[in-house]
Design a protein around this ligand. Sequence first.
Ligand SMILES: CC(C)(COP(=O)(O)OP(=O)(O)OC[C@H]1O[C@@H](n2cnc3c(N)ncnc32)[C@H](O)[C@@H]1OP(=O)(O)O)[C@@H](O)C(=O)NCCC(=O)NCCS
Length: 173
Amino acid sequence: MQSKTPSESRTIMTDMVLPSETNPLNNLFGGELLARMDRAASIAARRHSRRITVTASVNHVAFNRSVPLGSVVTVEAAISRTFRTSMEVFIDVWMEDRFSGERTKANEAIYTFVAVDETGKPTEVPPLVPETVLEKQRYEAALRRKQLSLVLAGKMKPADATELKALFIEKPR
Ligand SMILES: CC(C)(COP(=O)(O)OP(=O)(O)OC[C@H]1O[C@@H](n2cnc3c(N)ncnc32)[C@H](O)[C@@H]1OP(=O)(O)O)[C@@H](O)C(=O)NCCC(=O)NCCS
């Protein structure tokens, strides 16, 4: 299967925060942001695999900054690694100051999507070739994140998570 780069499926969605999408503090409601991230990540996974894709897990979401009413929000999703049928998608969220236009990182998340056929059976996806330094870092760390996600889901024995375990074992000097 022909490999692809992250930029071939990168998906960028820009929208603003409307009053119906906010919490009582007039900041973007967390569930609304999750939905926007899921949509962008789903499109990136579909572009990479050219298959039907389903969200298998949401592994890491950090709501580091609140996003005020009226902000312009950009959700950027890119495939960070592929395995046999699954794809890790890294999502960066940026907000743009209404007056200065300055862009700051608001949040990030990591989703896993699985490509499936018309019957819902997982199906193989093209390999990913990371290009930039950041893409290579995210690619490298993705195997440990997959192992952690599978262990937490009860789908992998901790003893089999070799690369994940290696993080906690100090190497002899
Ligand atoms: C996601 C789904 C297709 C996985 O099915 P499954 O029976 O576990 O299939 P498999 O065991 O063959 O796993 C398929 C891939 O998903 C990965 N996977 C499954 N659960 C995972 C998890 N919790 N975290 C990370 N990866 C996971 C497997 O490692 C495998 O990856 P690989 O082939 O790249 O190595 C199935 O659980 C499903 O359809 N879930 C519902 C999805 C959905 O409707 N999402 C929308 C939210 S409502």
